[in-house]
Structure formats: C-alpha cells, structure tokens
Write a protein that binds this ligand. Structure first.
Ligand code: AMP
Length: 623
C-alpha cells in the first residue's frame, strides 16, 4: 500500500525520509518533539529551559496573533482578546458548550444551534480550527528554528475520547498550519510508547494511563497486542485538575487570615497574586514539608500535612473515575500490568501514593510527566518516517474518502492514513420536503471542495418515502476490506430503503498523482477553509431564512404587527447577505436575527405548551 512523502517547498516526492515531528496539542500547554539518531527530545524555547508553550493566543490591535508565554501575560490584562482552552471547543457545536460558556473570558458566539462554535474577536469570527492552527504554526516555527530547516509532516495527539469530528478538526488545523498530518494518535497511546510499551510486536500488555493536568483529568485502559493499541475504556472529568488544588489553597489562606472571601476574590489583583502563590506553594511542597510567604500583610503558609488533607477528596475523585474505567473495561486491578503517570499534577506525592495504593503496584513516573505525550508522539512520528525498520506499519488509506454535501463540500467519512480494514458511517438527511431520491457521490482527496478532489463513483438512493425535509435518517457507510476495496452503502433508516456500490479503483492513482493531490491540499488550505466557511455560513443562513418564514406563518396569532415586520425585515437583510461573499457579514446578520427572535420563539413555545395543557391540538392551532 502507498506511503507517500512530499517535499512541500519543492513539490516533489521525497525519496529520503525527512524528519516527522510529534505534537502534543494540549488544553493548557503544547509541546513539539522529534527524534534524532534514535533519541526523542522535546524542543525548548530560546532560553533552553522551557519546553511548554502555553496554548494561549493574543490578538494584537493590528489583528496579528501572539502565541505562548507572551499571550499568557495578557490573560488578566485584556481577556476579551486573549483566547485559551481552544481544545475544549474543537469539533463542538454551541449546544455542546452551553454548560461551560461562562468559563470563557472571550466571546463564543451564542446562537442556539447545532452548527460548529465560533469565537468572536473584535468584529471577526474564528473557528477553533483556525485558532488551533495558530498554536501549531508557533510550534512548527519553534522546531524549524531549532533544526534550521523546514518541516512539513507531523503526528498530533488527541484525547482517546475525541470523536470523529474533533479528530477531523485537529487534522484540519494541522493542514491549515502547513502540516501534512500523517496520523492522529491517542494521548494514552503516545504516553505508553514513551515508556517503550508497544514497540515490541511480540509483547502483550494491559495498562492504565492516569493523566492529571492543570484543568482536566483523563484515565484510559489500553490493551496492547501485536503492536496494536486498543482503548478498552476511558473516563475522567473535563473540569478537574491542578487548578482545583490552587483554589483550595487560596480558600485556606483567606480562612487563616480571617478575610472576607467575596471581598478578597473581588480584588482582582490580590486574587491573581494568591493564585500564582498557590501554584508556587503546591510545587514547592513537592520538595519540602513547609511553605511560608507573605502577600503584603497576608500570611500564605501551609504544611504538607494540611495540604494533603485538603487535596485528598479531589484525588479520591480521580480514583473513583479509575474504578469506573476498570469496571467499563471489565477488568480488576490485578489485570493491569502497568500504570503510567501523565500531566504536571502527578508530581504530587499524594497523587502517586493514592494511585499506587489503588492499583496495588508502583506507578511509572520516571519520565517528565509534562513531556510524556510529546515524546510518544515524537517516537510515533519517527516510526512513520520509516526510521524504525523493525516496527510494523499497518496498511493505511493513502487519501481521505468521503461524499459530496450541500454546496459542493467534501465531507470526509474515512480520513487519510486510517488503518484498514475499516468501517465508518455517518448520518445525513434531506434538504427538501418530500425528497424521494438522494444522490451519493463518492470522492477521494484532501481538498474542502469536491471539485478539486477525485470522483470515484456515484449512485442514487431511490424510493425515500415522502417526509418533511430533515426527517429522513440516511446512513452512509464506507467499508474498506483488507484488500483495499471500498464498498459504499446508503440506507434510509426509517424505511429501510437501501442501495450500495463497490469501488475497486481506489488505488488507481500513481504516487506522483497522489503526492500532487496532497501538496495541493496544503497549498490551498487557507483559501479552501475560507470557501468552506463561506459555504457553511450561507447554508446556515439559508436555513434560518426558511425557518423564520415558517415561524412567522405558524405564529401569526401570537406576534404583534411590529414584531412580524421586524422579523421579516431581519430575514430579508439576512437573505441579502447570502448574496455577498463575506462570511463575517453573514454571521453577524445571523447573530442579529437570532438575538431578536429568541424571546419571540420562547413566547411561542410557552403559548403552545399552555394550549396543549388545555387539551387543544397544537397543530390545529398553529395551522
Ligand atoms: P499540564 O496541564 O500537564 O501541563 O499540568 C499543569 C498542572 O500541573 C498545573 O496545575 C501545575 O500547577 C501542576 N504542577 C506542575 N508541577 C507541579 C508540582 N511539582 N506539584 C504539583 N503540581 C504541579
């Protein structure tokens, strides 16, 4: 099966292997690693001291972007223009992040929709993919400086629980940063590779990866057999980590100094200083038994015994998640061969002791817990570069496979570099009332618009029973067998209508053609991304215009004349923006109409509910 490498600068196929980099794209910090002469190292900053790049972006007045330590300094000074925790938004719709919207100091645009989240900075809208690409660009730059050469191929890690959309978003971010993402690797898989587990194909092991960072906790149970990593279960909490210990310390100091909590927290300068002091205390307590410093006249003192007492319930929570992970994997502690520690907070002795106690064995903590994932990514990258000959590389799909969706967009169902055999499916629906046929066009390639990709075939799913638009559930399934033959099936799940084709010509491309397609996708990543964003904004706006029309008809009796004409005007203005080609203008118009109609929709809903409670039929009333 094909394994192609290309030289981005020259546009030629690479015969000799160029370095492939490993990236740990984290929620709080990111790192980049590579392998030289068999040794994998993380790249440090110019001072040679710090490997961590804070995953924080600051938008300067001129709209240029600063990433890392400098951006971190702006968090307290200019929160509206400082973006952090982008990873929490990757591949998420606004509905997905509703629960923790207040957690962000910046503006996540608040449409109550299923469409992907956007972040508003000034008058511009950015997708999490674009924002993550900025972090990746900074890491790429850092390693290029170190190596004094350009790099173009990477492995990027993601949490084991990341779904398809989140993985695809991470891939897209890599592409936008000018990187050919050879593989998306699970963070626990990378961590075990860093400890040398899984490099020997003969070896068979079951391990636990315990990852306690600054703001998140993940535990994964993995089975490694014949060089294949299988995630048996994952568990955790996306809002539990080192920050919680910091908060406990701040609360403790407020208490022993007999201060008023609300007043102290409201003093932004003081509370920020205390938070930083708490982090310092926590780190220093890892080495000594006692901490004592002053902030003005405030005594910031604590012993390790007291700190452990405060921290114990939080660590116990993580142990409870470990219990659940074992239960889901249907295993007991005796089945676990090794426990690997990842994340800065696992430096705490209390954490190591409680985890070792629970699993009844010493934990693996010899590597720097901040660097484990990046080092594993660097090892995987080196394997993919072909530098570790004795390691088995499984057959992979050389280019992404997907179908055409509204507006000529490519929707990838099996991403490039997936191991085969593989089966993947996605659900779609119709866009017109009573639609009886659906054309399924299958494409291969990395570009966002199908017209730039290679068409492999098409068929029509006929006989969908008449239903309103959006109601049919059409499942498109791609199956690639061990011989690399692709079968595409389409099935309407409500009526069981089914159709399928087999495509044999998947690998009818020469290495040169394949390399050219990859090269084009990276070269055009930015313009493709803009086109996709524009088409998506237009589709979304079109749907809003249509649903607003329906809403006005159905609720004519509830709305005042002024509300009706205002809503109709806003819909008209939105329809106007669709004709233009500025996605930000369309997005803004959607924001405006959503803001105006949300209370009206709420009122209509309450009205309909009260009528239903009186025993009347909603449909009769609405028609
Ligand atoms: P990570 O997200 O993996 O980079 O972990 C960062 C978290 O680890 C932060 O909450 C740090 O305060 C915490 N951390 C780093 N070093 C130590 C240490 N020596 N003791 C306790 N916590 C630490």
């Amino acid at each position: 099966m094909a394994k192609v490498s290309i030289n981005i600068k020259q546009g030629t196929i690479q015969k000799t292997s160029e370095v492939v980099i490993g990236i740990d794209l984290g929620t709080t910090n990111s790192l980049v690693a590579y392998t030289r002469e068999g040794k994998t190292v993380v790249v440090k900053d110019e001072s040679g001291k710090h490997a961590l790049v804070p995953s924080i972006l600051y938008f300067n007045k001129d709209k240029s972007v600063t990433v890392g330590d400098e951006a971190r300094k702006m968090l307290a000074l200019d929160p509206a223009n400082t973006i952090y925790s982008v990873k929490r938004l990757m591949g998420k719709s606004f509905k997905d992040v509703l629960d923790f919207e207040q957690y962000f100091g910046y503006k996540v645009i608040d449409e109550d929709t299923d469409s992907l989240v956007k972040v508003m900075v000034g008058d511009k809208f950015y997708s999490p993919v674009e924002l993550s690409a900025e972090i990746l660009k900074a890491l790429k730059l850092r390693i290029e400086k170190e190596l004094n050469a350009t790099v173009s191929r990477a492995v990027i890690t993601v949490p084991a629980y990341f779904n398809d959309t989140q993985r695809q978003a991470t891939r897209d971010a890599g592409k936008l940063a000018g990187l050919d993402v050879l593989r998306i690797v699970n963070e626990p898989t990378a961590a075990s590779l860093a400890y040398g587990i899984g490099l020997d194909p003969e070896e068979s092991k079951t391990i636990v990866v315990y990852d306690l960072g600054g703001g998140t906790f993940d535990v994964s149970v993995l089975r490694i057999q014949n060089g294949i990593f299988e995630v048996l279960s994952t568990n955790g909490d996306t809002f539990l980590g080192g920050d919680d210990f910091d908060r406990l310390l701040v609360d403790y100091w407020i208490e022993i100094n007999a201060r008023n909590k609300e007043q102290t927290i409201a003093d932004k300068k003081l509370s920020q200083a205390m938070r930083l002091m708490a982090e310092k205390a926590k780190k220093s307590l890892s080495n000594t038994g006692q901490f004592k410093e002053m902030i003005n006249d405030m005594n910031c003192q604590i012993s390790i015994e007291t700190f452990n007492k405060l921290a114990q319930p939080i660590v116990q929570k993580t142990i409870d998640y470990c219990k659940s992970a074992l239960k889901d994997a249907k295993l007991g502690v005796a089945d676990i061969d090794q426990v690997i520690m990842v994340g800065g907070s696992t430096r705490m002795k209390l954490v190591k002791d409680m985890v070792a106690d629970f699993f009844e064995k010493p934990v693996n903590d010899s590597l720097n817990p901040d660097e484990v994932v990046a080092i594993g990514a660097g090892i995987q990258a080196d394997v993919l570069a072909g530098n570790q000959k004795d390691i088995l590389l499984l057959d992979i799909t050389p280019l992404s496979l997907g179908i055409e969706t509204v507006g000529g967009l490519m929707d990838t169902i099996i991403p490039r570099n997936s191991k085969i055999p593989i089966k993947a499916a996605r659900q779609y629906t119709t866009s017109i009332d009573g639609q009886a046929n659906l054309k399924v066009s299958v494409f291969q390639g990395e570009r966002d618009l199908v017209e730039h990709n290679r068409k492999l075939g098409a068929f029509i799913l006929k006989g969908i029973p008449p239903m309103a638009a959006g109601l049919p559930k059409i499942q498109i399934e791609f199956i690639i067998n061990a011989d690399g033959i692709l079968t595409v099936k389409a099935k309407e799940l409500r009526s069981n209508t089914e159709q399928e084709i087999e495509i044999r010509s998947q690998f009818g491309l020469s290495d040169e053609e394949m390399a050219k397609m990859l090269l084009d996708s990276i070269k055009h990543a930015e313009s493709d991304m803009n086109t996709r964003a524009l088409l998506e904004a237009r589709n979304e706006a079109q749907n809003i215009v249509l649903s607003t029309g329906k809403f006005l008809v159905q609720n004519a009796g509830i709305l005042s004349d002024d509300e009706k004409s205002q809503t109709a005007d806003l819909a008209k203005q939105l329809a106007e923006t669709i004709k233009g080609s500025d996605k930000d203008v369309i997005n803004k118009a959607m924001e405006v109409i959503n803001e105006y109609t949300t209370p009206l929709a709420q009122r209509a809903l309450e009205h309909n509910i009260s009528i239903a409670l009186q025993g009347k039929n909603i449909n009769d009333d609405a028609s």
